[in-house]
Structures are given as C-alpha cells and as structure tokens.
Design a protein around this ligand. Structure first.
Ligand SMILES: C[S@@+](CC[C@H](N)C(=O)[O-])C[C@H]1O[C@@H](n2cnc3c(N)ncnc32)[C@H](O)[C@@H]1O
Length: 315
C-alpha cells in the first residue's frame, strides 16, 4: 500500500481499471472499505487506483474502465480527449499547470448550481488526470454526471431550518423519483424539519416524529402533523395508510436496522429511505446486512457527511 510516484504507476500498473476519488476527510473510510473487500489500492493524493472493477461506497465519484493515453503536447491531449468524449472533469495530482491548460482547452463544464428536481445532464461526465507530463489516465464511465460527483443546488436560504434538506433534494434529483402529491409519508427524526419541509412542499401528507420540536416555520405547514415522541415507539398500526418511511434519526446502525425490519414486516410502506450514521468508524457488517435486503441500494451522497443513504423499494 506504499505510495509511489505517478510515473511508476503507469509503468508498473497498466492494469488500473478503476479510480475512486476519496471523499474529503473520509479517506480512511475508503481505505477501510477497500481492505474489508480485499481490494488492493495505490493512493495518489485523493485518487485511489484499483485493479478491480469496484465502485466504493465511500467515493465521491468512481472512474470505471480507465484507459491510459500517451500525449505529445497540450494540444495533442486536448485533441485526444475531445475525440473520446465531450465532458471532462480534471482532478489534478501533479503537473498542475499543464493539466489546467489542457482542461482550459476542453469544452467548458456547466458548473452552475442546479434547481431541485432539475433534469440530469444528458451527456456522461468523464474524469481524467495527468500521470506525468506525457501520460493521461481517463474514464468516460464514471458514477456521476456531475463534475467529480459534486452537485450544488440553488439553495433555499430562507425557509429550511437546517442544511439537512439538501440530502433529500440530492436523493430525489439524482437517485429516486419523489413521492407523488397526496402520499402519506412518515419522517422519523424530523427536527428541526428540513426533510419534512421538502416533503410538505412536494404536496405529501407528512407525519413528522421527533423528541425535539420542529422549527416554527415548518410546524405551521398544513401538510405536517407532528408527534413529539420517540420514533422507536411509533407503531406501524398508527399510520396504516403511510406509503413512504423516511428516517434521519441519530442512532446506532444496529438499532435502525431493527426498526427497518419491523416496518418491513408490519407496515404497508412501499419505500423506506434512511440515513445510516456512524458514530466512530463505518460498520461494513451492518452495511452488508442492509444491502442484503432485496431491492435496496446505498450511496454516499455529496451532501452526506459521516453517514450514507440507504433505501428500499418494495414492489
Ligand atoms: C440529523 S437530525 C434530523 C434532521 C432533519 N432530518 C432535518 O431535515 O431537519 C437527527 C434527529 O434525530 C432525532 N432523534 C434522535 N433519537 C431519536 C428518537 N429516539 N426518536 C425520534 N427522534 C430522535 C434528534 O432529536 C434529531 O432531531
């Protein structure tokens, strides 16, 4: 796992197939994940080079099916990248000025903040870096259509009481269509009310549950009913017509898993969407237990911190 220089990477490791960009400050979680999965890696700044086709959970973006290209000049690099694809995002690990001059010669990326529920960009977003003066490693098969996996929103800075609403905005904009207006949804761990606000604005009938109160502006919404109690005490029988269950509760992942199992068994909800929060290090055993639930998926959202988003759709 020793860090080598970038030139050695291309000389010794022509079989790099995947590059994962670690999440800022969560590099150690990516390393723990790769060790847990038995995948060896070489680290170059925040880029982790793997010789396996694996998209890590703790990556901001993953470049799959990477290819190396020899370049003779800046112009040659621009020509070769343009011939491969339209959109390219640079993560520079060396030869920074040369890399930036190449990037400047490529089509300009749209870096504008996006509105909630905006259509996804039509074209794939490639990723590339300079390994040395004359070598590029790049991928057109990346896990995000946004540059380096970063999605910034046109934020609402006046109403939502916390920035937690951005997680749900990202989830609905990128990963899953939102509930339709009129759907009864439950929001567990709802205070101060960012998620409840998003759901109420979508026209859902929201039952919000938290031991702490909602912010006044959110609590006033005619679409929200608030129960000030523990989320773990709420019985599915109290809300028989609820179709979506959301949870942003701060609790141990094991406790959340038993809550999920209960709602999977005893309720009529079709969708469950939860943040899984880690107090210390991420627990990959619990992560795998959650992923073993059929029709479920997990991502680390750009707006997640030391937590991941898990959801299941029951058809
Ligand atoms: C990250 S905050 C939720 C933020 C919220 N989703 C928003 O958008 O504003 C986590 C919440 O979990 C709540 N919580 C922790 N334990 C709980 C429990 N047993 N029952 C209900 N809520 C709980 C906390 O009171 C806290 O408000």
């Amino acid at each position: 796992m020793a860090t080598i220089n970038h030139k050695e990477l291309i000389k010794n490791h022509m079989n790099v197939v995947t590059i994962a960009l670690a999440i800022y400050h969560l590099e150690s979680e990516l390393e723990r994940e790769l060790n847990f999965r038995g995948i060896s890696f070489e680290k170059h700044d925040r880029l982790y080079c793997l010789d396996a086709d694996y998209s890590p959970l703790f990556a901001q973006v993953t470049w799959r099916h990477c290819q190396t290209i020899a370049i003779a000049s800046i112009g040659d690099a621009i020509k070769k990248l343009k011939a491969l694809g339209r959109n390219w995002a640079l993560y520079s690990i060396g030869n920074h000025r040369r890399a930036q001059l190449i990037q400047d010669g490529l089509p300009k990326l749209n870096q504008e903040p996006v509105p909630f529920l905006a259509d996804k960009p039509k074209h794939p977003m490639g990723g590339w870096t300079l390994l040395d003066e004359n070598s590029i490693i790049c991928s057109l098969h990346t896990t995000s259509r946004y540059p380096l996996g970063a999605i910034e929103f046109v934020e609402n800075k006046s109403v939502p009481p916390s920035r937690a609403y951005l997680k749900l905005w990202e989830f609905f904009t990128v990963h899953c269509a939102p509930p339709t207006p009129g759907t009864h949804v439950i929001d567990l761990g709802a205070s101060p009310g960012g998620w409840s606000w998003v759901l109420a604005e979508l026209g859902c009938k929201v039952t919000s549950v938290d031991k702490a109160p909602l912010a006044d502006l959110v609590a006033q919404s005619p679409n929200i009913s608030f129960l000030q109690e523990s989320a773990f005490g709420l019985s599915p029988k109290q809300v028989p017509d609820a179709r979506w269950l959301f949870s942003d509760i701060i609790c141990y992942p094991e406790r959340l898993l038993s809550l999920i199992n209960r709602w999977m068994t005893d309720s009529n909800v079709h969708h469950i969407v939860c943040t899984i929060k880690f107090q210390g290090q991420a627990d990959f055993v619990v992560i795998d237990q959650l992923l073993a639930i059929p029709n479920s998926a997990m991502v680390h959202l750009y707006h997640n911190k030391h937590e991941v988003m898990w959801w299941v759709t029951r058809i």
